[in-house]
Write a protein that binds this ligand. Structure first.
Ligand code: FO1
Length: 304
């Protein structure tokens, strides 16, 4: 089994790449739920949905979130009523949140609802929310405390962050499926997601950091930075603001005690000697996904 610790877009793309080299039934994504929110009375799980839509071929590839062939009639109507319109929910996407919210109200767990959705959409790999308990990533910022989506979407992750807190993480338990997967995996892959606000909250769930640390020799992380910058989102900015510094050394710092190996982009090969001097095993290969040959090299490097 290959377990992939996952945020949203970067993880979805890596999972797509890994499917080239490993059978679907061996791939399990353990997914962050710290971005989840309740809005308009609906439970929305952005990272789970982004991965599921991407692997089912239903995603909007331009935005990286939401559905392709989307329409916005409900949102237009809601906006005209004065409802919250800063978080875009398309009509097709809304059906997912309606279904999930109803099933949760009936007493189903997030794990069960995810399995139901994944089966209906034909998602080829297993998706496991890291926990069925409430976990909420929150930010202390220059303009006051913000929820994850207020920071990320409403303020376009363009405010200075002084601290990230994962509310509920110390009380939340990883699901039994997650614990089993982390014990049994032959490889634990950390996706090129944001180390601070996507993977950090997942690791903050009680016992998960310890479970991953116990598998250190089999843990390989793909750095989300290329040329010191995140392709999308605020990973580089947050690593600096929270004191980890810059470059792949900052990513390694955020994952201290967890990494058996770090995969960095070929354009950053010059950083490898310093990382190796710190005792880190480093693989240099293309990490920008989207080209079949480069993707095959990345999959091979992760699974080698
Ligand atoms: N991201 C945006 O930048 N703007 C949006 O309006 C937005 C809506 C949205 C709706 C459902 C969903 O599952 C995701 C959505 N995202 C949106 C993406 C998302 O919230 C973030 O990219 C992630 O949480 C970060 O991984």
């Amino acid at each position: 089994m290959i377990v992939v610790l996952s945020g949203g877009v970067g993880a979805a793309r890596l999972l797509r790449v890994l499917r080239r080299m490993a059978p679907d039934e061996e791939i399990v994504a353990v997914v962050n739920v710290g971005d989840d929110l309740v809005l308009h009375g609906l439970t929305i799980c952005p990272d789970l949905d982004t991965i599921a839509y991407t692997l089912a071929g239903l995603s909007n590839e331009e935005t990286g979130w939401g559905r392709r062939d989307e329409s916005w009639r409900v949102m237009e109507e809601l906006t005209s009523l004065g409802g919250a319109s800063w978080f875009g929910l398309g009509d097709r996407d809304l059906a997912t949140h309606l279904y999930r919210s109803q099933r949760l109200a009936e007493g189903a767990t997030k794990t069960v609802v995810t399995a139901e959705l994944v089966e209906r959409w034909g998602v080829p790999v297993r998706l496991l929310p890291v926990s069925d308990d409430p976990v909420r990533t929150r930010f202390s910022t220059a303009i006051g405390p913000l929820s994850f989506q207020e920071y990320f979407v409403r303020h376009h992750h363009d405010v200075t962050v002084s601290a990230v807190d994962v509310e509920g993480a110390d009380l939340a338990h990883p699901t039994p499926d997650v614990v089993r997967a982390l014990h049994e995996a032959r490889r634990v892959v950390i996706a090129p997601s944001n180390p601070v606000i996507s993977i950090g909250p997942l690791l903050a769930v009680r016992g998960v950091h310890e479970l991953v640390a116990a598998r250190r020799a089999d843990v390989v992380a793909v750095s989300p930075l290329i040329g010191g910058r995140a392709l999308k989102g605020p990973a580089d900015r947050l690593l600096r603001e929270l004191g980890f510094g810059g470059g792949h050394a900052a990513v390694a710092g955020a994952y201290e005690g967890l990494l058996g190996r770090l995969v960095i982009d070929e354009s950053d090969a010059a950083e490898a000697p310093a990382l190796r001097a710190q005792g880190l095993d480093v693989t240099v290969c293309p990490t920008l996904m989207g080209d079949p040959d480069r993707d095959a090299r990345l999959a091979a490097a992760v699974l080698e």
